[in-house]
Design a protein around this ligand. Structure first.
Ligand code: NAP
Length: 298
């Protein structure tokens, strides 16, 4: 029996664990992949109060070590079901908690076109700062119109020989300051009002087909395709214990409380105005404080 089972080892989940461990509670952290969440891919964090600049990797690793040293139990298994009585079922085991903290964040949205999965790591990437360096002096494409796509295109323009930025509309969702920087780059080419409709290659990505709003197609030879079309929550498995909004985010009242007593939702997984590191760790500390009251039956 654990006092708390935290599902997801990103900043929100690890902060919840930190607070619970410091209150001397027994905490299990279940993680499907590796610790750190999305922040581990951030090249630099410069908007976290009190830290002038730190890499995402260092931030995540410090937090992981902090929690590990306090005695957290980490288990790398994929959660497939949660029950109202706070039982958590993974692909391998079952665990019982007194409380559960859902901190599963979001995943990269997929284009959902043929061969996308097959070419991941063979030309397709969802993280320019992680994989950009593999494309030195090569031709790459970024797809998307938000801040991530604009930042990725800027980052890649210093590495690749040519960067195509493909967006499905004329207007960008991302900030103008990035757009203005991009326009100054000779090796960045904009393809607007267009979608990627097929990806081709033998054992790796070699070419993409782009279709514009008039239905005209264009084949472009590329070595890399960076997909930056936003994020999606991973909450379907929790539907029996939480309410989801139409986009699939967990609806929480009083910041982090779900419809099931003793089950909390924190970080990017829940409905909120601002998905940032600061708001993720804030959620984690609030949920831990509420969970402590539930565990101690105050
Ligand atoms: P985002 O702002 O939601 O943008 C996603 C982009 O992908 C949109 O331009 C959208 O097009 C496009 N898109 C969505 N689905 C698509 C599809 N199926 N096919 C083609 N295009 C598709 O996501 P994000 O860029 O990942 O950013 C996430 C959040 O983090 C945002 O709030 C962002 O501001 C924030 N962020 C901030 C910073 C910063 O402050 N420096 C840096 C990075 C991220 P439409 O525009 O047509 O909908």
């Amino acid at each position: 029996m654990y006092d708390a089972i935290v599902i997801g080892a990103g900043p929100a989940g690890l902060t919840a664990a930190l607070y619970l461990l410091r209150a001397n509670k027994k905490v299990l952290i279940l993680e499907a992949k590796s610790y750190g969440g999305q922040i581990i891919n951030a090249s630099q964090i410069e908007n976290y109060p009190g830290i002038i600049s730190i890499t995402g990797f260092d931030f995540a690793t410090n937090l992981y070590n902090q929690v590990k040293n306090l005695g957290a139990e980490f288990v790398y298994e994929k959660v497939i079901r949660v029950e109202k009585n706070k039982k958590v079922i993974t692909d391998k085991n079952k665990y019982q908690g007194k409380t559960i903290i859902i901190a599963t964040g979001t995943s990269n949205r997929k284009l959902n076109i043929a061969r996308e999965e097959e070419f991941i790591g063979k030309g397709i990437s969802y993280c320019a700062t992680c994989d950009g360096n593999f494309y030195k002096d090569k031709v790459v494409t970024v797809n998307g119109g938000g801040n991530v796509a604009l930042e990725d295109a800027l980052y890649l323009s210093d590495i690749a020989s040519k960067v195509y930025l493909i967006h499905r509309r004329e207007e960008f969702r991302g900030e103008n300051k990035y757009l203005e920087e991009l326009k100054k780059k000779d090796n960045v080419h904009f393809i607007l009002n267009a979608k990627i409709t097929s990806i081709n290659g033998n054992d790796k990505l070699e070419e993409i087909t782009v279709t514009n709003s008039l239905g005209e197609t264009n084949n472009i030879k590329v070595s890399g395709l960076f997909i930056a079309i936003g994020k999606e929550p991973n909450n379907e498995i929790f539907r029996n214990v939480v309410n989801l909004n139409e986009e699939g985010y967990i609806m929480a009242k009083h910041d982090v409380e779900t419809k099931t007593k003793g089950i909390y939702a924190v970080g990017d997984a829940r409905v909120k105005d601002l998905r940032q590191l600061t708001t993720a760790v804030s959620d984690g500390s609030i949920a831990a404080t509420r969970a402590l009251k539930e565990i101690n039956k105050i």
